[in-house]
Structure formats: structure tokens, C-alpha cells
Design a protein around this ligand. Structure first.
Ligand code: NAP
Ligand code: MG
Length: 402
């Protein structure tokens, strides 16, 4: 079979521990035999980040802006224990935070659905993708304890010196206050990214806030989304036959549970934090989630939602058998290859991505899976495979499909 040719490279960000081991097996078994792979390689493994004073992470983010498609392996976010373990020069920031800041991106997460790993919510038939705004609100808030009686006010002073004041509360006794903010620019970027993503996935977009209570703050979110939709996206949505739907957060929660899925749900920072844990757990497993960072300029970075699976790595180093689930990392590769194919109009690359995903699902649905899935599946006569056996089973399936 002739290998599929690529035109432009994908930015490849290697990572740490068990996911780094899996990364190499996936490339050797599932990608390189079929594709004349072009990547620009960045080693984001902790040792190399330390060696380059984390410059490699910044370079990888810049390369993502240039080539627009990246695939990233899970990486260690160093803490005190890692500082000693790897004898680091300092505590580096999370690579994901660095890349997100450079691209001004929004993270979209969604489940990978297979028969035998059933959502806890019976009606869910299609994925629900969550888009969480990653800036501001209570994550950048100022808080204060109030000791006793006194007036709390909001004060905004224009650079020219003009003051605007609002009474928050006239305290008669002890209490608490909090001030938070967001910026129009960040909300606009978030909105554009959500609309673009819904278009690229051909899914409806839902957005929810509490604007009946928070008329100015949440009301601004609602307004900005609506304006951008009307001016920049309505025509394209109508052309694709998808809809933009705004509703109150409590109404949205009830509708999500009754729905059959198949939409993108955009959420403010805190709502997204809470709802993504609920939705991902209700779909089954963190190792069966995709995670995509999308920038308002249309750059895409694909990764797994889980970490480096440290505990399995130490077993692996001891020569013990591991059964680590590689599905999310495989789907990071297929996502990046498909996007590269779409941008460069290479149908064979998109088709390959589809087949790689199908082969992966087919293996699981045939009852062959890693230990984490074997523990929760509704299938009978399940065969538990080790890390490498699972990927080799996918390779066999893939060869038949192609
Ligand atoms: P983790 O790597 O997600 O693993 C936590 C546990 O979840 C594992 O011990 C394992 O449970 C289970 N698990 C997760 N992924 C699995 C998979 N693919 N297959 C099978 N089981 C899986 O989280 P962590 O151990 O808390 O973090 C390890 C490192 O990852 C940390 O240094 C952290 O900074 C980093 N991290 C990176 C990212 C990222 O780059 N996106 C995200 C989160 C964390 P059992 O041990 O019970 O089998
Ligand atoms: Mg959380």
C-alpha cells in the first residue's frame, strides 16, 4: 500500500511518562506504516523543558500559530515532588496554561462513544461537547471578610479620575464580599471560538448564563454572543442547518439531561468547571474524552483529557505489565490528521482519521479492551489486553479497513 502524502506539517508535542511510551507505540504502529508523516517535533518532556528553560513550550505554541494544527502528549505539571524527582531549575508553569495563553484559546471536551461503555443518562445517544471560558470571573476575583457593621461599595475610577460607585451592601454585622471581572475582548474571543467550532463540527451551539439575576454581568455575556452571532455567524449557521440557542443555566441543565446529545454547550468559567466533571463522569471515563484547544484565529491543538498516568509508568519501568488506555491519545492524533486534511484538502488524510477512529471503536466493541474499560463495560466475555496488545489489535483492524 502506498503511504498517504502530506503537504504541511502538524506540530508534534511529545510529553511525559506512560503517555510518552504510548505516543511512540501509536506512531510506530498506527501512523508511520500508513502515512508519510510530516511533523515539526517539539519535545515537551520535562527534562527538555528544564534544559531549554521552558523555551521549547513557547516555541511549540508559536509553531501552532504558524501551522494551525498541533497534537500534544500529556505532560507533567511540576510540583515540589517533581522538582526533586527531576532536579529541576525551577517550578515551570503548566505547558497547557502556557499554550492556552499564547493562543488565547478555549478548551472543548467531548466523550468518545462506544457500545458497551454506556452513559449513565439513558437518553444520551450523541456526544455533548463542553466549551469552557477559561478567563476571569471567580478565578480572578478579589474577596474580603467584613468584620462588622459598615458600607461595602463597588468603585470604578476612570483613568481621567471620574468615579462610579454602587452600594453592594450596608452591613449591620460581619459578612463577606467578592469582586470579580471579565473583559469584552476575552468574551468576544470566547464567543467567536465557540461559533467557529460549532460550524467546524456541524453541531448546534447552546449557551447559558444567569442573566435574569445578573442582568449586567451575565447580561453582557448574552449580548456579546448574540451580537457576534447576528453579525458574523448567522448566515453560515443557516447555511449549515445548525442553530444557536441561548437559555438560562438552570433551564439548560434540565434540557441537557433530557436531550439525546449532539451539541456544543458553551459555559462561563465556573459553570464549565462544574459541568465538565459532571458530563464527563456521566459519559463513562476520562480516558474516553477528547480535548481540543481552539483559538479565535482558527488554530487547533488536540490532546488527551487525562494526565501522564504516572502510576502505570512506574510499573512499566519495573518491567511489569500495564494496561493503559490509549484511546484519547489515538483520537488526539486522528483529530489533528483530520484537521490537517481538511485545511489542506487532502481527502485521504481525513479518510484515514475516520478509519483509525473506527478501528479503535471496533476493537473495544468486539470485547477487547484495556483494564479501565473492562471494569465498567456492559459487554460480556471481555478480553483484557495490555497496553501494547490493545494498540496491536487496532493495527490489525485498521489494516483490514484500509
Ligand atoms: P492521570 O495521569 O490522569 O491518572 C490518574 C489515574 O487515572 C491513573 O492512575 C489511572 O488509574 C487513571 N487513568 C488516567 N488515564 C488513564 C488511562 N489512559 N488508562 C488507564 N487509566 C487511566 O492523573 P495524575 O496521576 O493525577 O497525574 C499524573 C501527571 O499528569 C501529573 O504530573 C499531572 O501534572 C499531569 N497531568 C497532565 C495533564 C495534561 O497534560 N493534559 C492533565 C492532567 C494531569 P489507576 O492508577 O487506578 O489505574
Ligand atoms: Mg474542575
Amino acid at each position: 500500500m502506498e503511504k498517504i502524502q502530506m503537504e504541511q506539517p502538524i506540530v508534534e508535542m511529545d510529553g511525559d511518562e506512560m503517555t510518552r511510551v504510548i505516543w511512540q507505540i501509536i506512531k510506530d504502529q498506527l501512523i508511520l506504516p500508513f502515512i508519510d508523516l510530516k511533523t515539526e517535533y517539539y519535545d515537551l518532556g520535562l527534562e527538555n523543558r528544564d534544559k531549554t528553560d521552558d523555551q521549547v513550550t513557547i516555541d511549540a505554541a508559536e509553531a501552532t500559530k504558524k501551522y494551525r494544527v498541533a497534537v500534544k502528549c500529556a505532560t507533567i505539571t511540576p510540583n515540589r515532588a517533581r522538582l526533586e524527582e527531576y532536579q529541576l531549575k525551577k517550578l515551570y508553569k503548566s505547558p497547557n496554561a502556557t499554550i492556552r495563553a499564547a493562543l488565547d484559546g478555549t478548551v472543548f471536551r467531548g466523550p468518545i462513544l462506544v457500545k458497551g461503555i454506556e452513559p449513565y443518562v439513558r437518553t444520551w445517544k450523541k456526544p455533548i461537547m463542553l466549551a469552557r471560558h477559561a478567563y476571569g470571573d471567580i478565578y480572578k476575583a478579589m474577596e474580603m471578610k467584613v468584620g462588622g457593621a459598615g458600607k461595602a461599595e463597588l468603585v470604578y475610577t476612570e483613568n481621567s479620575g471620574i468615579e462610579h460607585r454602587r452600594l453592594i451592601y450596608d452591613f449591620q454585622g460581619a459578612g463577606i464580599i467578592q469582586g470579580m471581572h471579565n473583559t469584552n475582548k476575552s468574551i468576544e474571543n470566547f464567543a467567536r471560538t465557540c461559533f467557529s467550532y460549532a460550524l467546524s463540527e456541524k453541531m448546534d451551539l447552546w449557551f447559558s448564563t444567569k442573566d435574569t439575576i445578573s442582568k449586567t454581568y451575565d447580561g453582557t455575556f448574552k449580548e456579546i454572543f448574540q451580537n457576534i452571532y447576528d453579525k458574523e455567524f448567522r448566515a453560515q449557521f443557516e447555511e449549515q442547518g445548525i442553530t444557536y440557542f441561548y437559555t438560562l443555566i438552570d433551564d439548560a441543565v434540565a434540557r441537557v439531561i433530557r436531550s439525546e446529545g449532539g451539541f456544543v454547550w458553551a459555559l462561563k468559567n465556573y459553570d464549565g468547571d462544574v459541568m465538565s466533571d459532571m458530563v464527563s463522569t456521566a459519559f463513562g471515563s476520562l480516558a474516553m474524552m477528547t480535548s481540543t484547544l481552539v483559538s479565535p484565529k482558527g488554530c487547533y491543538e488536540y490532546e488527551a483529557a487525562h494526565g501522564t498516568v504516572q502510576r502505570h509508568y512506574y510499573k512499566y519501568l519495573n518491567g511489569e505489565k500495564t494496561s493503559t488506555n490509549s484511546v484519547a491519545t489515538i483520537f488526539a492524533w486522528s483529530g489533528a490528521l483530520r484537521k490537517r486534511g481538511e485545511l489542506d484538502r487532502i481527502d485521504a488524510l481525513c479518510h484515514f482519521a475516520d478509519m483509525l477512529e473506527k478501528a479503535t471503536k471496533d476493537v473495544i466493541e468486539s470485547g477487547r479492551m484495556t483494564g479501565d474499560l473492562a471494569a465498567i463495560t456492559t459487554l460480556e466475555n471481555v478480553q483484557k489486553l495490555d497496553t501494547e496488545e490493545f494498540i496491536l489489535a487496532i493495527r490489525e483492524e485498521l489494516e483490514q479497513l484500509l
